[in-house]
Write a protein that binds this ligand. Structure first.
Ligand code: GLY
Length: 358
C-alpha cells in the first residue's frame, strides 16, 4: 500500500492507495471518532461493495442510503434524502458519513456532511478512476443546479481517502476512459514528464495493467495533493485543476447532465483549451495533435456529438466559478505541461474555437 498525506494543518489527512484495502478494517475505523456511521452509495456500487464495507464496521451503528446512479441525481433533492435518513434515526453531530462510489456519490455525501448539523465527519472510498484520481481528494463537495454545474457546494475535507484500485475491476470501459481524462489533465497542466509517461504507456493503461494503474493513481493524487495543499480554497493555483472544465461544464449543462460523462466532457473541453492555446500562439498545432491522439487512444471523445446553439453554449460558460466581475477566466497552456489562468485571450479566437466544435 502507498500512503500520501494532504497537508492542510489541522485538517490534514491520509490518502491510502493499493489493492485489497476494503478488507483492512483498521484503515477505515481508525478515522471514525463516534459510534454512528452512514454509508452513502449508489445502485450500481451497492451490490458490489456495500456489504464488504459494512463488514468492517461491525462495532458501529450503521445505516445506509442507496442513491440512484448518475450525474442527473447530483441535486439538492438527493442531499435532502440523506438529511431525512439521518434525522429519522436521530444521528447526532458525532456521526461519520462514508461516501462509497464515484464522484457523484462523493460530492453529494461530502456536501451533506458539510451541512448536516453544521458539519460532521466524512470519509471517501472512491470506486471509479475519476473519483480516485480527482474528486475524492481536496474537499470540494456540492451539487449541480439546473443553471450551472457544481454551483451549490462547500469545501469540506474528508478524514481520509481509501483508494482500493481493485474496485476498478468492476468499472465499465466508458467510465474508466472518463477517469483517464482527469489523469491526462495532470500531465497537461503541470507535469510534462507524466504526460510523456502516459503517451508511452497508453496501450498498457487501456488494458488496465494493475501496476501502471496504481502508478497513475498515485501520481495524480500526489500532483493534486500538492496543489490543494498550496491553495485549498482556490484563490489561485488550484484553478489550474479546472483545465478544460469551463468548456466541459458548458457541454454537460447544455447537452443535459449525464449525456456526456464528466470526464468525457472534460476531454473535449481540454482539447478546446489546448486548441485555443495554439491559436493564442503558445503551443504548436503539432502539440495539439499529440494531445488529441492521446485522448483518442484513451477512447475519449474529441468532438461534441450533438448540435448546440452558440449563444446557449456561451451563456453556459458564463455560469462558472472562475468568472469574476462577469469575466470568463480560462485555463490555457503556456506550453505542454504548464498551464496558466487567463482573462487576456482574444474573444475572436475563443469564438472561433467554440464555433469549430459546435
Ligand atoms: N477537481 C478540481 C479541484 O478539485 O480543484
Amino acid at each position: 500500500m502507498k500512503q500520501l498525506n494532504l497537508d492542510l494543518g489541522e485538517k490534514s489527512y491520509p490518502i491510502y492507495i493499493g489493492q485489497n484495502l476494503l478488507n483492512q478494517e483498521e484503515l477505515l475505523i481508525s478515522h471514525i471518532s463516534g459510534k454512528q456511521v452512514m454509508i452513502v452509495t449508489d445502485a450500481i456500487v451497492a451490490p458490489l461493495y456495500l456489504s464488504k464495507v459494512k463488514n468492517l464496521l461491525s462495532s458501529f451503528e450503521v445505516i445506509e442510503v442507496i442513491l440512484p446512479d448518475g450525474e442527473e441525481y447530483k441535486i439538492l433533492d438527493t442531499v435532502n434524502t440523506i438529511f431525512t435518513a439521518l434525522l429519522e434515526v436521530c444521528f447526532d453531530r458525532s456521526c461519520t458519513l462514508i461516501a462509497l462510489g464515484g464522484g457523484v456519490v462523493g460530492d453529494i455525501t461530502g456536501f451533506a456532511a458539510a451541512s448536516y448539523q453544521r458539519g460532521v465527519d466524512f470519509i471517501q472510498i472512491p470506486t471509479t478512476l475519476l473519483s480516485q484520481v480527482d474528486s475524492s481528494v481536496g474537499g470540494k463537495t456540492g451539487v449541480n443546479h439546473a443553471l450551472g454545474k457544481n454551483m451549490i457546494g462547500s469545501f469540506h475535507q474528508p478524514k481520509c481517502v481509501v483508494i482500493d484500485v481493485d474496485t476498478l475491476d468492476t468499472l465499465d470501459d466508458r467510465q474508466y476512459s472518463a477517469g483517464l481524462a482527469e489523469v491526462i489533465k495532470y500531465g497537461l497542466l503541470g507535469n510534462a514528464d507524466f504526460l510523456s509517461y502516459l503517451q508511452n504507456n497508453i496501450d498498457s493503461l487501456m488494458s488496465r495493467d494493475k501496476n501502471l494503474v496504481i502508478k497513475i493513481v498515485h501520481q495524480s493524487c500526489m500532483d493534486k495533493a500538492n496543489i490543494v495543499a498550496q491553495d485549498e480554497l482556490e484563490v489561485g493555483k488550484r484553478a489550474l485543476l479546472n483545465l478544460g472544465h469551463t468548456f466541459g461544464h458548458a457541454i454537460e449543462n447544455t447537452l443535459g447532465y449525464g449525456v456526456y460523462l464528466h470526464g468525457e466532457a472534460v476531454a473535449v473541453g481540454m482539447l478546446m483549451a489546448v486548441k485555443l492555446s495554439a491559436l493564442e500562439g503558445f503551443i504548436t498545432n503539432k502539440e495539439v495533435q499529440l494531445v488529441k491522439d492521446l485522448l483518442q487512444k484513451a477512447n475519449l471523445p474529441v468532438v461534441i456529438s450533438s448540435k448546440i446553439n452558440y449563444q446557449t453554449f456561451v451563456n453556459a460558460m458564463s455560469v462558472d466559478k472562475k468568472v469574476i466581475n462577469r469575466e470568463v477566466r480560462l485555463i490555457l497552456m503556456e506550453k505542454i505541461g504548464q498551464a496558466f489562468i487567463s482573462n487576456d485571450y482574444q474573444q475572436s479566437n475563443l469564438e472561433q474555437i467554440i464555433k469549430g466544435f459546435l
